[in-house]
Design a protein. Structure first.
Length: 97
């Protein structure tokens, strides 16, 4: 889980609020959702460590319990097929990182 969090923080800009690059809106927000207290603790600790590494720039990533999905409209969706594994596709531009 720690490796997943490292990749998460390092592969996008968590300091952008409600968007990534030119994509703006709540559907592009940065979010880390946990299923148990251990995951919550690891997310929060890694968020704090990365804020320090970024020189104190505030990380805007939403941290919330996955069980609270009703708060987010009650649905979790997979991205469209053309968004799956985006960075591994020919011509992909890693503008978020």
């Amino acid at each position: 889980y720690v490796d997943i969090l490292r990749m998460f923080w390092e592969n996008h800009d968590p300091t952008q609020y409600m968007g990534q690059g030119n994509d703006r809106g709540s559907q592009y927000r940065s979010g880390a959702y946990y299923f148990n207290d251990d995951q919550k603790r690891l997310i929060e600790a890694s968020k704090e460590a990365y804020e320090k590494a970024l020189g104190g720039r505030e990380i805007m990533t939403e941290v919330a319990g996955a069980a609270d999905y009703e708060k987010y409209g009650g649905f979790w969706y997979f991205a469209e097929a053309y968004h799956q594994q985006y960075l591994s596709k020919p011509g992909a531009r890693p503008y978020c990182s």
